[in-house]
Design a protein around this ligand. Sequence first.
Ligand code: RBZ
Ligand code: NIO
Length: 344
Amino acid sequence: MTFHLDIADLHDTALVRRVQHRLDRKTKPLGSLGRLESLALQLALVQGREDPQLHAPQLVVFAADHGIAAQGVSAYPSDVTWQMVENFLAGGAAVSVLARQNHLALTVVDCGVRHDFAPREGLINAKVAAGSADASQGPAMSAAQCEQAMAQGAAVLRDLPGNVLLLGEMGIGNTSAASLLMCRLAGVPLADCVGRGTGLDDAGVARKLAVLQRALQANEAAVAPLDVLASLGGLEIATMTGAVLQAAAQRRLIVVDGFITTAAVAVAAAVAPPVLQRCVFAHASAESGHARWLARLGVQPLLDLGLRLGEGSGAALAWPIIDAACRLLAEMASFESAGVSDAS
Ligand SMILES: Cc1cc2ncn([C@H]3O[C@H](COP(=O)(O)O)[C@@H](O)[C@H]3O)c2cc1C
Ligand SMILES: O=C(O)c1cccnc1
């Protein structure tokens, strides 16, 4: 399976030098805005300009069900997936509150939820199937399903305004899919990729580990990143992967949420490494494995709030910090323009 989009490497030393100079002339001690300065530099590189601007940020929640949930790998039943989609649309979920607080447009994409939704504003129907198959028995998706999901994710992005994509997801069982992807893509032992998800106890985690071990065996042949995605991923993760590749090709900034959205980005980056240059990793999730995966990817999360929710909640929380970095670069006075004395 292939999926080709042209994603340029953003290397531009002249631009970095110009933006660093701008930052250094701002009315502040040299380097005193810390991480916000490297964020501002990243935004400039993503947009290829000294004065980046962020507009119409889009928080997109990709939702789907997982066949493997039937094996008891989650503390909650699969029905929670569609019920939470209704909750997102009604404005009552954590991410709904955070999106409102931060003026983020919230869209839910039904990539494969096992439920028929009435059409309405804020909901995009990109259903490939009524849930993925049980990966402990064979591939979660066929190659054709995976390709369709990725193409639909790319199409969703093409139709959305703005230049920022914030990733969110919903799908009971999807920490299992993400753990499998981490294990196979990053080569980390399975036990170090598996956590409590929605809140499994120790016996639940042991059961989840045994089920996921079977899934690895049942899909032993999958090694290439998109084959791994089809075999061990899920419909929302595949759709998100297509969306991430499209967003990267359009030089949108991509704000990554927790463990599951990292899975989609890791697949996209395995296919096209420059994807990571466009990504801001919002937070380190409490899901065990996430911090290690971020370290493997060579990236540093902005926040560490002990979140283990998903939905895009961490991405929404990081948004005002990213917005601040951009505004500081654009709006702060320089020593010259403000008539402030520089270091002697
Ligand atoms: C009420 C509720 C709201 C959620 N919002 C996000 N998730 C999160 O939990 C799920 C993954 O965990 P697992 O793999 O253990 O099922 C995903 O749906 C994720 O977005 C939720 C889970 C629940 C129960
Ligand atoms: O980090 C996440 O994305 C996460 C963790 C636990 C449950 N759902 C999502």
